[in-house]
Design a protein around this ligand. Sequence first.
Ligand code: MN
Length: 129
Amino acid sequence: MQVFHARQEGVPSESRTGSATCTGTVWGDPIMPTTDNVTINNVFFAPGGRTHWHQHEQGQMLNVIAGSGWICLDGKPPQRIRTGDMVWIAPHERHWHGAEQGSYMLHTATSIGKTDWGSAVTDDQYPKA
Ligand code: MN
């Protein structure tokens, strides 16, 4: 067992931008560094922000904490996700996730195994509303 203590007041932020794997303004805030093959991050997407196409070796759970956005599997239409929604993405399913055009989205992402990153989500692939 390991306890990962919450951030203390006065301790500098460890938030990081992920411009190599995201479009727009996206911040990642580590909750649990990779431990036993599991990584947990809070991810903050500004309006219009989204990940690149990618897949997770052993799947991923998204828990939407605030705002609203999109989850999109390759070959399927994007689906809207909102505060309180939970999403399970199966191993090796190519997908992207991010905010709506007009809303922030914060989700906790629990990723299992390695993440393989691909190309950016184009403006044509990203829903306008
Ligand atoms: Mn993902």
